[in-house]
Design a protein around this ligand. Sequence first.
Ligand code: FAD
Length: 461
Amino acid sequence: MEFTRLNETHKKELKSMVAPDRFSTGDSNLDLHSRDQSHHEAFRPEAVIWPVSGDEVSAILKYANQHLIPVTGWGAGTSLEGNPIPIKAGLVLDFSQMNHILSVREEDFQVDVEPGIDYKTLNEALRHKGLFFPPDPGASATIGGMIANNASGTRTVRYGSTKDHVLRLSVVLADGEMIEMGTRASKTSSGYDLIHLFVGSEGTLGIVVQATLHLTGLPEEFSAAVVTFPSVEVAGKAVFGIIRSGLDPAMLELLAPECVDLMNREKGLGLDVSPTLLVEFHGPTKTQLADVMEIAREICQEEDCFEFRPALGREERDQLLKARHELGEMLRRNHPDRLTMAMDVAVPITAYPELIAMARKETRNAGVPAYVFGHAGDGNIHVALMRKAEDQRETEIIEGVSHRIVEKALSMDGTATGEHGVGIGKRKYMETEHGRSLEWMKKIKAVFDPNGILNPGKVFP
Ligand SMILES: Cc1cc2nc3c(=O)[nH]c(=O)nc-3n(C[C@H](O)[C@H](O)[C@H](O)COP(=O)(O)OP(=O)(O)OC[C@H]3O[C@@H](n4cnc5c(N)ncnc54)[C@H](O)[C@@H]3O)c2cc1C
């Protein structure tokens, strides 16, 4: 598809659709919207617009579609696979000014939000009502970006990923038509499930302008433990044991020793530098949680864990969780001269021990700084591989390691990305992972966006 470059008339007409200070072609704004948090190459858009309503988005898309101008949604730009990079230029719609909580219906456990609110601000506002939106990618992501990437996090093992919390969406389609999908009922078997088509579509099918989210009550009590193991593989086996036992953990995070070492240095945690599981359970009473933790201890001891340290106080638990959430930033801070490839794959839980052992072996032999960690309870691993910016040899090394880990995950009936999305980096695996259904994805894309103006160059190989 040949897209149109913006000329002065386009700029003037687009600017007139919003307030003048919400349209920019300034260099610093174009640069700010040219890269996410990934290692992928930057591409500048030709203009950035900050819409404040669905009607504005609708008018902009109608115009862009008529003139074949690419449009890419932008939340907070924290993606790790180049998802919001406007590789075909055109317009970026930045949702940071469309960031309001529209209505909270606490008795129904629901909230209506605009897409630009970030989940941390949302949870801060909900806390005093005893409610929260559980998916927590760690970075300050927006709800729109989380919906587009189907983000998840440390709590997903118990509470699900973003897709499990979206009840209703208002979406502007490529031609400017605004549609509503979903229901406020907690279940439905009415018609095709468009919600789950749009969640995870990375802004390639439509632009989300409003969402109704299902919330969860804040847990009454928690119980947390730190467990160390002789190897990541054995830790992976304990993860499998805990999941199989039906104990329903609220967090099962695995950290290879290099991550523990870094967190110790940055946060003074004083943890043993060994393969480590951070384990947490939520429940109604301390007594019930003590029983659950005892079973978890038995499972970990059967796997010959080095140490099982339960009964962490709130302060220590919060400190550990904060350090875990900040791990990505610590990695970057500790290697200022390097670019980070933060890749993720996920496999069925039975395959997790073998995958994590393989990933660890690969990274130890790589000869570049590398870190292995993951949301183990979801069978999800993250590998951060660091390379010098202009070093071709290191680039080939990390691409090789990443490729072999993805191939391994796919060979185990897993997925090339558990939560970061396809973006640019995982397009090449779409055919292997999806086979003929990829052709049907392309047909769906053509139905919703026949001119291909929405986030072009993403998802499809
Ligand atoms: C340190 C660090 C840790 C991370 N950890 C995790 C993790 O644990 N789990 C996880 O899932 N992710 C993680 N991520 C990745 C990232 O935070 C998530 O992918 C997040 O969902 C991106 O949200 P965002 O608001 O930054 O969106 P962006 O990066 O701005 O955009 C993401 C996608 O959404 C599209 N988009 C944005 N707004 C809209 C809209 N209104 N309508 C339609 N499409 C839209 C964009 O075009 C793009 O395709 C991490 C990132 C970092 C930097």
